[in-house]
Design a protein around this ligand. Structure first.
Ligand code: BES
Ligand code: MN
Ligand code: ZN
Length: 495
């Protein structure tokens, strides 16, 4: 999809479809008023008939207009004009995009960017428009013998006369986020037999090749062995696919600026290992690499925007399979940090690969480290599919992520990481057990990680509930790419 700026007066524009806002009580936005007068008052007529009430997220496509320059118009209603929240704005944008998906329209002029949204600016509006219009047009065609019907819409122009510059900035940011989201969705939707650790490594190399200040390094099992990554490698031993430790390094900041480090769980298939999962829904465990997908998407977006930051992405990638050589319950392994781990359940493998990646992260002298992982089913029980779980050892970092999540509309909710929970990880035979019992599974998983992150400011995002959708809409969501990029934009602004 192309996203452009249209900054000429509506009177001198031509388009297949003009998108304008209407509000409760038959109120018209400025663009709707112009359209109304250009068409001899038909918008007022339509509102008076009650065909669109002005309730939040209603849409009405007017398929013919008595005005040659605009073939059609899409009315989008935003409810009460003076109480437009960020969430409501996005909800209406989503509805507008969904309406367009089923039409024959290939290009639109969208007049929704100048709306007054509580607490937000025109740049934010434009970013949201691009994200909202891009999302429903994502199609996964990689594995279909015949691609799905091509969608018509290929061009969205954001109209603005007064805030063209701010809106152009938002368009650029929105494109980078939307492309990061689409990349994350695609690699996550790919099945485990195609998207292997080797495939993920190739993706990282491909992305890096597109930007001069982005580089990729892939460590093989032998090299990880030398680094002492006994915990990570123990998971991979049960699989025929070789593990990869993927590092993407983006240098957009000063040479001596400490990097923001992202770490993403890249389990390209999690069968559970010897603690085998039950078969129902096991296919969904191809999504156990959504954390790594988000790291790829966020690094690509940062490079595309050439943010003035240094950023490192670290992806430990492996399969978790049952095999004669796989971890067995009761096995004890030694992590790169030197801590010994008793593996009481081989299905708690994410933390086993992440702990060594988190130790490895120290070598970059990080400013902050943020890991993201489809880590626990317990997170779905606690928080459902709405926010990602947020835990960490630093209030400033957690608050920064929370604030970014509100702006990005990619929500997180913090859970406590209190010392009291650490006791659940006691082992009679090793330094630490890899599971903490039935209670507070998301917290004890984060407690496990916290043993390896004492040397830096760290936050953990449990995205088990948010990174994909089950049921009819089964597929990846691309979360938390919007949150990560917003966090980076905020950091770049503060710098
Ligand atoms: N990848 C799973 C977590 C998961 C479960 C993500 C469901 C998305 C949906 C993780 O590796 C896992 O199996 N976790 C176990 C931990 C348990 C053994 C302590 C879980 O959540 O059951
Ligand atoms: Mn597992
Ligand atoms: Zn897993």
């Amino acid at each position: 999809m192309d996203y452009l700026l249209a900054n000429t007066p509506l009177e001198s524009l031509e388009t297949e479809c003009l998108i304008v806002a209407v509000f409760a009580n038959q109120k018209l936005s400025p663009a709707a008023q112009t359209l109304d007068s250009l068409t001899g008052g038909i918008i007022t007529d339509i509102l008076q008939r009650g065909d669109i009430k002005g309730k939040l997220a209603e849409t009405l496509l007017i398929n013919y207009l008595p005005y040659a320059a605009f073939k059609r118009a899409l009315l989008v209603s935003f409810g009460d004009e003076n109480e437009l929240t960020a969430k409501d704005y996005r909800k209406a944008l989503n509805a507008a995009a969904k309406t367009l998906k089923t039409t024959q329209i290939s290009s639109v002029v969208c007049c929704l960017a100048e709306a007054k949204v509580n607490g937000q600016c025109a740049t934010w509006n434009a970013r949201q428009i691009v994200e909202a219009f891009d999302a429903p047009f994502y199609q996964f065609n990689d594995c279909k013998s015949k691609p799905a019907d091509k969608l018509c819409l290929t061009s969205v122009s954001l109209h603005s006369l007064t805030e063209a510059k701010a809106i152009q900035t938002g368009i650029n940011q929105g494109i980078a986020i939307a492309q990061g989201v689409a990349l994350a969705k695609r690699v996550s939707d790919l099945p485990g037999n195609i998207c292997t650790p080797t495939y993920l490594a190739e993706q990282a190399v491909d992305i890096a090749a597109q930007y001069p200040n982005l580089s990729a390094e892939i460590l093989e099992e032998e090299q990880m062995q030398k680094l002492g990554m006994g915990s990570f490698l123990s998971v991979s031993r049960g699989s025929r696919q070789p593990a990869k430790l993927i590092t993407l390094e983006y240098k957009g900041g000063a040479d001596d600026a400490q990097p923001i480090v992202f770490v993403g769980k890249g389990l390209t298939f999690d069968a559970g290992g010897i603690s085998l999962k039950s078969s129902a829904g096991m296919d969904e465990m191809k999504y156990d690499m959504c954390g790594s997908a988000a790291v790829l998407g966020a690094l690509q977006a940062a490079a595309q925007l050439q943010l003035p930051l240094n950023i490192v992405g670290i992806i430990p990638s492996s399969e978790n399979m049952p095999d004669g050589d796989a971890n067995k319950p009761g096995d004890i392994v030694t992590s790169m940090a030197g801590l010994t781990i008793e593996i009481l359940n081989t299905d708690a493998e994410g933390r086993l690969i992440l702990c060594d990646a988190l130790t490895y992260a120290k070598k970059f002298n990080p400013d902050v480290v943020i890991d993201m992982a489809t880590l626990t089913g317990a997170c779905l029980v606690a928080l459902g599919r709405v926010p990602s779980g947020l835990l960490g050892n630093d209030d400033t970092l957690c608050n920064d992520l929370f604030n970014a999540s509100e702006t990005a509309l990619d929500s997180v909710w913090r859970l406590p990481l209190w010392d009291e929970y650490q006791d659940q990880l006691k082992s009679n035979f090793a330094d630490i057990a890899n599971i903490g019992g039935r209670d507070a599974g998301t917290i004890t998983a984060a407690c496990f990680l916290s043993r390896f992150t004492k040397d830096y400011q760290w936050a953990h995002l449990d995205i088990a509930g948010t990174a994909w959708k089950s049921g009819d809409a089964k597929g990846a969501t691309g979360r938390p790419v919007p949150l990560l990029v917003q966090y980076l934009l905020n950091r770049a602004n503060a710098a």
